[in-house]
Design a protein around this ligand. Structure first.
Ligand SMILES: C[S@@+](CC[C@H](N)C(=O)[O-])C[C@H]1O[C@@H](n2cnc3c(N)ncnc32)[C@H](O)[C@@H]1O
Length: 249
């Protein structure tokens, strides 16, 4: 199913670039992510896929690791370049499923469910292969993503109120295909100043599927935690931070 017929990999970031930092403010686990990423990357170089505005890439660069950040949205990269500390991150325009960079990385990571913005199993497999080619021997690929709970998604188009205050509201229309493991959604933010639309199309994968894709690309699971703070992963975990290592390293 794909009702988003004009969807491109830049669509998510282009729509959100101006509002992204405001929308993700308050996650507050950045220092834990940077601590873990920094211990894996050491001096680097490290590469973030779907770098966005540099929420993690900038503090990691400031901690002493050489950091490159790839994104398919030029608008997101413009926000990154203009951010305080943004000049410390080498901003690269490209698609995380298929990029070709001269460097080889000790660490590549993709955070905050961004891997699922690759909206087909084929694109996700391509990404694993592309990443494997860009890792140094023994290099790591880290994915932070949610564990799917498909019963939470509605097959028929559904509308829900995500948030509201006296100044406005955030509504979301969404549609789920359990056959394709895709969710298409459109957030509508309404304030007295007007409205904005934020589209998203994802293809979710279970951890076991990711492990199989990794294996095909020559990567093996080294660690899996529930959170960046290395809390243990269990059958009840709703999210994971998975570390894959190049098997020949
Ligand atoms: C949820 S944001 C995450 C931004 C940042 N990594 C963070 O953790 O705050 C996802 C980012 O991935 C980018 N993106 C989406 N599809 C992409 C693709 N195929 N290749 C590269 N970047 C992509 C978007 O433009 C956006 O900046």
């Amino acid at each position: 199913m794909n009702e988003f017929r004009n969807w491109t990999s830049a669509a998510y970031g282009d729509a959100r670039a101006g509002a992204y930092d405001r929308q993700v403010a308050g996650r507050a686990d950045e220092h834990l992510a940077v601590e873990l990423l920094s211990s894996l990357a050491q001096a680097g170089p490290a590469l973030e896929l779907g770098v966005g505005t540099g929420r993690l890439a900038i503090p990691l660069a400031e901690s002493g690791t050489a950091v490159h950040g790839l994104d398919s949205s030029e608008r997101m990269l413009d926000v990154l370049r203009a951010a305080p500390g943004g000049e410390r991150v080498t901003a690269l325009h490209g698609d995380m499923a298929a990029f070709d960079l001269p460097g080889r990385y000790r660490l590549v990571w993709v955070a905050f469910n961004s891997f699922f913005l690759l909206d087909s199993a084929g694109a996700q497999q391509d990404c694993f292969g592309t990443v494997a080619r860009h890792l140094t021997p023994g290099g790591r690929f880290v994915i932070e993503a949610f564990v799917p709970a498909p019963e939470q998604f509605s097959a028929t188009p559904a509308l829900r109120v995500k948030d509201f205050s006296e100044g406005g509201m955030l509504l979301q229309a969404s549609r789920h295909s359990d056959r394709d493991q895709t969710v298409e959604s459109l957030d509508l933010e309404v304030t007295s100043g007007g409205f904005e639309l934020y589209p998203t199309r994802i293809r979710y994968s279970w951890p076991a599927e990711l492990d199989a894709m990794a294996g095909k690309a020559g990567l093996e699971l080294e660690d899996r935690w529930e959170t960046w703070s290395r809390q243990g992963f269990s059958a009840d975990s709703r999210a994971h931070v998975s570390v894959y290592r190049r098997a020949d390293g």
